[in-house]
Write a protein that binds this ligand. Sequence first.
Ligand SMILES: Cc1cc2nc3c(=O)[nH]c(=O)nc-3n(C[C@H](O)[C@H](O)[C@H](O)COP(=O)(O)OP(=O)(O)OC[C@H]3O[C@@H](n4cnc5c(N)ncnc54)[C@H](O)[C@@H]3O)c2cc1C
Length: 412
Amino acid sequence: MVEQVQAIVIGGGIVGCSILYGLAERGMTDTLLLEKNELTSGSTWHAAGNCTHFGHDAEITRLYVNSIRTYLRAQEESGQSVGFHKTGSLRLATTPDELASYERLVPIYKKLGIPYQVVSPQQIPALHPLMNCEGVLGAAHTPDDGHVDPTGATMAMAQSARARGARILQQHPADSIRRSATGVWEVRSNDKVFTTTRLIVATSFWAREMLAQLDIDVPLYALEHHELVTETHPDIAALGFELPTVRDPYVSGNVRQEGKGFLIGVYEKEPVAWNVDGIPPEFGRELLVPDLERLMPNLERCMWRFPAFAQVGIKVANNGPLCYAPDGFPMLGPVPGQEGLWLASGFHVGIGTGGGAGQFLSEWIATGKPPYRLACVDPARFAAPMDTQTAVSSILGHYAAGYATPPMDVAI
Ligand SMILES: Cc1cc2nc3c(=O)[nH]c(=O)nc-3n(C[C@H](O)[C@H](O)[C@H](O)COP(=O)(O)OP(=O)(O)OC[C@H]3O[C@@H](n4cnc5c(N)ncnc54)[C@H](O)[C@@H]3O)c2cc1C
């Protein structure tokens, strides 16, 4: 039996569920999400959940801003907690260029109505008493930042979409996709066939192989990404508030409070790509083997920056695959030359941008127009095929740069 629906989303991570929710909010509820395992099975379930308002690019900042708002709205609507901790963030400047670039962002945030200030090293101890400020010239302070529970945020959006009429089928892999002679998209899943005129691929690092069956080449690959959680530290336990997240170009990592200990996400200088020749078919809700030795240069700097970090043991070490595009931006929008086919994959900051991405794409699908200009994520930028070696070396270079300041667009 063939069933026709208004839209099909493939992939039940935070991005796919956010799109389903965004469509439902816009009145499109004859919709279906297909997930091959359970919701959040890919990268979403083990992410740290950091959400910032700090986007280095004026365009993409809107995705960050709209993400936290979307999660909180879904929480309100569904009753499912998204576990938001509003801790604020400090993004350290260790060079005059970094400091100047943060100062140039002040008018952007003013225009967006987002609290943002550049603080001096003398102001930092009041915000973060456990940090060694040596070599710090200042910091971008975004007080409305924080972290969410990625599973809670995904479930809140999924439940809100369902409550409005959208359907979610778990344990339903999209086994094949094709376009019929009439231009309708046909998706086979288990023993069922679904058709639609709007097909959205939100399958992260599975998207390249999925689209290859349509002879569409997308340069999305995965690399390994670590996060570590420490035991409780008495100085953190004694604080009367939760520490802000710190993004430090010197450590090349982000460090925040988790429980009464630290959580650190590390951007290695020599990152390792994961399965560039194809994702193993059996890969599902899994982690990779951690390699702490590789992280030592970052961890040593982290111990210097946060002396308390050196005094506690590491209780959790997660290594998970992370999807990346060669320029570090996701692929979000229509696939050129393929009417009705939309891409929403390649998110490496998918918790920080997933909520906003769902709002952006669903508005475009529902109204036929993007809500604002977001050229940096347009899939058309990779219309020309890119060989694996070029794509992967660009991805690794981008990742290794960590929090080094790229050029910024301060046009808005
Ligand atoms: C260690 C670590 C820490 C991180 N911390 C943060 C953080 O603090 N903040 C942040 O913003 N980001 C963080 N990330 C990144 C974040 O996890 C991802 O950007 C985000 O989860 C991507 O969401 P997604 O929906 O695009 O992909 P996924 O969550 O991977 O979802 C894709 C889904 O598609 C499904 N799928 C695949 N193929 C098919 C098919 N054929 N049919 C049906 N379904 C299919 C998969 O099962 C999966 O559920 C972290 C990542 C890692 C590895």
